[in-house]
Design a protein around this ligand. Sequence first.
Ligand code: 13P
Length: 343
Amino acid sequence: MNLADLNEVAQAMVAPGKGILAADESSPTITKRFNAIGVTSTDESRRDYREMMFRAADAMTKYISGVILYDETIWQNAKDGTPLIKLIEQAGAIPGIKVDEGTQPLPACPGELVTVGLDRLAERLKKYYAHGARFAKWRAVIDINTAGRIPSMTAIGVNAHALGRYAALCQAAQIVPIVEPEVLMDGDHDIDRCFEVTTRVLNVTFQELRKQRVALEGMILKPNMAVPGKKSGKNASVEEVAERTVRMLKACVPAAVPGIAFLSGGQSDEEATAHLDAMNRIDNLPWRLTFSYGRALQAAAQKAWSGKSENVAAGQRALIHRARMNSLASKGEWRADLEEKAA
Ligand code: 13P
């Protein structure tokens, strides 16, 4: 492992004014998104959609530091035969790859999941590196369900252990791991409970990373923010979410980690941007804070595109706009009126 090189890639992933495009939806997930816009999900339509994004030059060269790909996409070619991964590299962005293989029910823990995919991961990482991937992603999913006494320490422990195993294997393969322990925002819990559970999850995750000798300078953390559950009927102000999230991260995430790139997790496009912006207005943060959004970067672009070749330019405009808004938010320079001007 060459830590200086890993650190250089990690720094580039969170370079000022840039963030990550999470375009790594599995085929079943992108099919769900396509169903919502009336597009049939085929190898070709998935390729066309992703090609549209990777050719949105303004987004890719100015605001996007790296793109997380799904296995299918990393081997696909654009319509003219150029490998999609080359489009990303030519724009000056870094290709990354989702390497977890989804979740399975966790035995003896009803309602809880464990992320799988460690078997043969070392060999897969070698192939991805040879093909150009310089970072990877593994997502652990932790649900909150107070009635079901969820999450259990068992679920937190096994998922953190897997994140540690994955991160260590990535670094041995000279690939920067994005460590993503996602506490879901679907439940009826309040912001305090989200804060408390996420704190526990982050602490156990960093314990595992240390135990498994992961070099913190060569990784990126991808956490959720501290927000009330969607079914709680409660709202928190933008400032409260920002203050709580930063307090939580300061207590759990060592300053040696170069950057934190948030998931959007089901927040609206503008909420995800406003929260990131408010956090970046707080002084003296020990790490760079940016975005690694899937839905909050792509939803508007998907709608504008709707699977029609004549809408490619409109889809690209929508992606460029969201990428620019989030770029400003990553510097604490976003303003709500910039959204209206563009609309
Ligand atoms: P969302 O921003 O849609 O939550 O997706 C980010 C991601 O990569 C989840 O693993």
